[in-house]
Design a protein around this ligand. Structure first.
Ligand SMILES: Cc1cc2nc3c(=O)[nH]c(=O)nc-3n(C[C@H](O)[C@H](O)[C@H](O)COP(=O)(O)O)c2cc1C
Length: 190
C-alpha cells in the first residue's frame, strides 16, 4: 500500500508540514509505505498566466505520485475561513475528470482558532465529493495548533491523540478494503 500525505499549504515552516511529518512517522511504524508531499514544492511558476489544458512537464512530475497513490491524507490549515489557495490551484491542474475518482482520502484540519480547520476541511470535502473520491469518515481537527501539537510527540490532548491514532489505524483498513473491491471488480469484468 502506497499512501501520500499532502501538506496543503505553500507557507514556509508551516504547521501543516510539521503535523504531516508526525503523521508520516505513525504510518511508518505500521509498516506502511508513506511519503509527505508539500504544496510548497508545487511548481507554481509553471502555471502563471493560466496554463490549463497545456502540457506542463513539471506539473505532471509533481502530480504523478499523488495520482498513483492508493490513498491520500490531506493536512489542511484554515486560511480566511477556508483552505489555502494553493490547494485549489493544485486541484485545478489535475487531470479531469479521472484524478481522485474512487481515491480513498482522509482529512486532518489544523488552525490557531478553536474550530481546528473544520471549515477548511469541510469546504475541501465538497470538491472531493464532486471528484468522486472515497472519503474516510473519521476526520481529525487540531485547534490552537501552535500549543496543541508537539513535534515528535503528537497532540497534548489525549482524546484528540486517540482520534488521530484511530484515524490512522482505520484508514489503512479502509484503503485495503477499497483496493480489494477494485480487484474484485476487475475479476468480475474480465
Ligand atoms: C492567510 C492566513 C489566513 C488565516 N486565516 C485563519 C482563519 O480564518 N481561521 C483561523 O482559525 N486561523 C487562520 N489563520 C491561522 C492559521 O490557521 C494557523 O496559523 C495555522 O496553523 C496556519 O497553518 P500553517 O502553519 O499550516 O500555514 C490564518 C493564517 C494565514 C497565514
Amino acid at each position: 500500500m502506497n499512501l501520500k500525505i499532502i501538506s496543503s499549504t505553500d507557507r514556509p515552516n508551516s504547521n501543516a508540514l510539521r503535523v504531516s511529518g508526525y503523521v508520516e512517522s505513525l504510518y511508518r511504524e505500521k509498516g506502511v509505505d508513506v511519503e509527505v508531499i508539500s504544496l510548497e514544492d508545487f511548481p507554481l511558476e509553471e502555471v502563471i498566466g493560466g496554463r490549463y489544458g497545456k502540457k506542463l512537464p513539471a506539473i505532471e512530475k509533481f502530480r504523478e505520485p499523488i495520482i498513483n497513490a492508493d490513498g491520500l491524507i490531506f493536512v489542511i490549515p484554515e486560511y480566511n475561513g477556508s483552505f489555502p489557495g494553493i490547494l485549489k490551484v493544485f486541484i485545478d491542474y489535475l487531470p479531469f475528470p479521472e484524478a481522485f475518482e474512487k481515491m480513498p482520502m482522509a482529512f486532518i484540519g489544523e488552525a490557531n482558532g478553536v474550530f481546528g480547520g473544520l471549515r477548511s476541511v469541510e469546504q475541501f470535502q465538497m470538491i472531493a465529493n464532486y471528484r468522486n473520491a472515497l472519503q474516510f469518515p473519521e476526520r481529525v481537527f487540531i485547534p490552537n495548533v501552535k500549543d496543541e501539537f508537539i513535534d515528535g510527540e503528537g497532540l497534548r490532548d489525549s482524546f484528540k491523540q486517540k482520534l488521530l491514532e484511530s484515524q490512522i489505524e482505520n484508514f489503512v483498513k479502509f484503503v485495503e478494503s477499497a483496493r480489494q473491491k477494485e480487484m474484485d471488480q476487475l475479476t468480475i469484468n474480465s
